[in-house]
Design a protein around this ligand. Structure first.
Ligand SMILES: NC(=O)c1ccc[n+]([C@@H]2O[C@H](COP(=O)([O-])OP(=O)(O)OC[C@H]3O[C@@H](n4cnc5c(N)ncnc54)[C@H](OP(=O)(O)O)[C@@H]3O)[C@@H](O)[C@H]2O)c1
Length: 238
């Protein structure tokens, strides 16, 4: 039986991936801060799920907690990092930006590094990160969020380079969703908001194909290509 850890599975994309992977025969450890939500999910399929309450900003305790999960599961074949936060922050309130950085940059780096080293030591593994199409360009309304996702995209490229150079049997997949109908999709005038079920289905296809990166959904992928082409002097006026 294959074993996965899904960080940030108490709601949204991570939860939907957990449900689908459990039904596909995976043993899954779900994590998040909201213990009750994890317990409710566990009751849906007690043989498939274990759960751990975990705050990804607590980087002192993360490595120990991940080691404990690995031994409880009897090994980890895949780690999916779906925890993330981001707020509209027009006033540039630093505490809001700091929360985003602590979660999406510091927590992400701690978990990615631990996973990479774990898979290296154990001779195989697949690291999957849910970044965002937002990481391709800046954002005036949520600058730390988009910048944190750019950091993730760049960091994962570095890890893939490391895999190639060291000839490691590790896969690193960067999933870049557009808007998905979860608690995170906030704000006015949102468009092309996709159902979480559709996003999860496409994410699992990308994972199965061991893609280096994938845009979800496909039409967001088309938009991503266009967005990258817009010259800075025009983008800054949009
Ligand atoms: N929804 C979108 O439109 C969209 C678009 C592009 C990318 N994404 C990315 O997709 C990922 C998943 O987001 P979602 O849309 O599924 O939103 P969500 O429903 O709000 O899920 C976020 C998950 O992250 C966990 N989390 C947040 N802060 C955490 C912390 N400090 N420690 C541990 N877990 C934490 C939450 O669990 P607890 O609160 O229980 O801790 C929750 O399980 C995020 O990285 C997001 O940036 C989302």
């Amino acid at each position: 039986m294959k074993k996965a850890v899904i960080i940030g599975a108490s709601s949204g994309i991570g939860k939907e991936l957990a449900i689908r992977m459990a039904s596909m025969g995976w043993k899954v450890c779900t994590t998040g801060r909201r213990t009750l939500f994890l317990e409710e999910l566990g009751k849906m399929n007690p043989d498939a799920f274990i759960s751990r309450t975990m705050d990804v900003t607590d980087t002192e305790s993360l490595p120990g907690q991940l080691e404990e999960i690995a031994s409880s599961l009897g090994g980890i074949d895949m780690l999916i990092l779906s925890s993330g936060t981001g707020d509209i922050n027009d006033s540039l309130d630093f505490s809001t930006e700091k929360r985003t950085i602590n979660t999406n940059v510091t927590g992400f780096t701690c978990i990615s590094d631990w996973s990479f080293n774990y898979f290296k030591k154990h001779g195989s593994g697949h690291l999957v990160i849910i970044s965002s199409i937002g990481g391709l360009r800046g954002s005036s309304s949520a600058p730390a969020y988009n910048a944190s996702k750019a950091y993730q995209i760049n960091y994962l490229e570095g890890l893939r380079q490391k895999v190639y150079r060291e000839k490691l049997p590790i896969y690193v997949t960067d999933i870049r969703p557009g808007l998905v109908n979860t608690d995170m999709a906030k704000g006015e005038g949102l468009f092309w908001v996709m159902p979480v079920e559709k996003a999860a289905k496409q994410i699992l296809t990308a994972i199965r194909r061991k893609k280096r990166y994938a845009y979800v959904t496909h039409r967001w992928g088309l938009l991503a290509r266009l967005v990258r082409l817009i010259p800075g002097r025009i983008y800054e006026k949009m």
